[in-house]
Design a protein around this ligand. Structure first.
Ligand SMILES: [Zn+2]
Length: 54
């Protein structure tokens, strides 16, 4: 399954994929400028979005 490419809702940059060192089951995608993060939790079949307002 291919994860769809996602963009930052603020600056439209393609989100970077990061892995969590202690938790390989969580996939984090984040704006390179730090506006937005999205955490995927495949085991829970859900995700958490974080908007960083500054
Ligand atoms: Zn951004």
């Amino acid at each position: 399954m291919k994860l769809f490419e996602e963009k930052c809702p603020r600056c439209n940059a393609t989100l970077d994929v990061k892995t969590q060192p202690g938790s390989k089951k969580i996939i984090v995608k984040a704006c390179p400028a730090g506006h937005y993060e999205k955490e995927f939790h495949p085991a829970l079949e859900t995700y958490i979005e974080t908007y960083k307002v500054s």
